[in-house]
Design a protein around this ligand. Structure first.
Ligand code: NAD
Length: 266
């Protein structure tokens, strides 16, 4: 068995219809995954064995999907996401509440040595500014308590960025808990990706910020490039890698952190 071999494995992917998720289905097929279950609003055209039509903004829909997913699961990819072009409640539910809820629901079915991998974003890079709030939110038990904590609260940044910050903090915070189950947890944090969603970010974040990111990185990252990193983190090749948020941005965030690139608003 090669390190990134998925043969004999059951993998669950959210948001597999387009963009990064579609790229992931392609990569998983190349790596020999025989069983791929996709949760999405729309049926993917890429290779999969089971499609469960699921609106991830609704807890009941996730419960219904979970009831249809058999274990053992080798890797869960929390990839579905929406931009701030969607309503605040939908963004909070799909990008933040759903990945945590789905992970907790499926954890007993994830095999030892398995992995949870989330598609976060460099948009969540400012999490240290709000770490106490994120930890307080994550300490709320269950969907309803977290939703109540979020309800009407000033998040201190755009809703989308807040959700991606939370995904990064959750990835770090819950590594200890998942270690107890012998399951790893990591996220990938892409710069702008060449997917259908990127036009929404031009709308919500503005041309200056988006073009700065794309120009500093050199270009947009492709969905397939992000998918290859996801697949690595979900595979035994990444054994002992956990609690990590890995930027996939051609060094853009590293340049910001070290002052070798800086964003000045026009
Ligand atoms: N595109 C970018 O520039 C960018 C940058 C950084 C991170 N991301 C993240 O990458 C991930 C994948 O996004 P993408 O760029 O491939 O976008 P995309 O719009 O192509 O894919 C998103 C997928 O999620 C599904 N989805 C959306 N709402 C859903 C819901 N309520 N229930 C179930 N499925 C739903 C869509 O049907 C689609 O298949 C997201 O988490 C996004 O936040 C995107």
């Amino acid at each position: 068995m090669t390190a990134m071999d998925y043969s004999g494995k059951h993998v669950v992917v959210t948001g597999g219809a387009t963009g990064v998720g579609a790229g992931l289905l392609e990569v998983l097929a190349e790596l020999g995954a025989p069983e791929v279950t996709v949760l999405d609003l729309r049926e993917p055209t890429g290779t999969h064995t089971t499609f469960i039509e699921t609106n991830l903004s609704q807890r009941d829909a996730i419960d219904a999907a979970v009831a249809r997913i058999n274990g053992p699961i080798a890797a869960l990819f929390n990839n579905a996401g929406v931009a701030d072009t969607s309503q605040r409640d939908i963004v909070l539910a799909v990008n933040l509440l759903a990945p945590i809820y789905l992970t907790d629901a499926l954890l007993p079915r994830i095999e030892k040595g398995g992995a949870v991998v989330t598609t976060a974003s460099i948009a969540g890079m400012a999490w240290p500014q709000r770490l106490p709030q994120h930890l307080e939110l994550l300490a709320q038990e269950g969907w309803d308590a977290k939703a109540k904590w979020l309800d009407g609260r000033d998040l201190g940044t755009e809703t989308y960025s807040f959700t991606k910050e939370s995904m990064q903090v959750w990835t770090m915070r819950d590594a200890a808990r998942l270690r107890g189950h012998e399951v790893r947890i990591n996220s990938v944090c892409p710069s702008p990706i060449d997917t259908p969603l990127v036009k929404d970010f031009f709308e919500t974040m503005g041309d200056d910020a988006m073009n700065f990111s794309i120009d500093t990185a050199g270009r947009m990252v492709t969905g397939r490039e992000v998918a290859m990193l996801l697949a690595y983190l979900g595979s035994p090749a990444a054994t002992f890698v956990s609690g990590q948020n890995i930027d996939i941005d051609n060094g853009m965030v590293a340049s910001l952190k070290t002052g070798t690139a800086s964003f000045k608003k026009a």
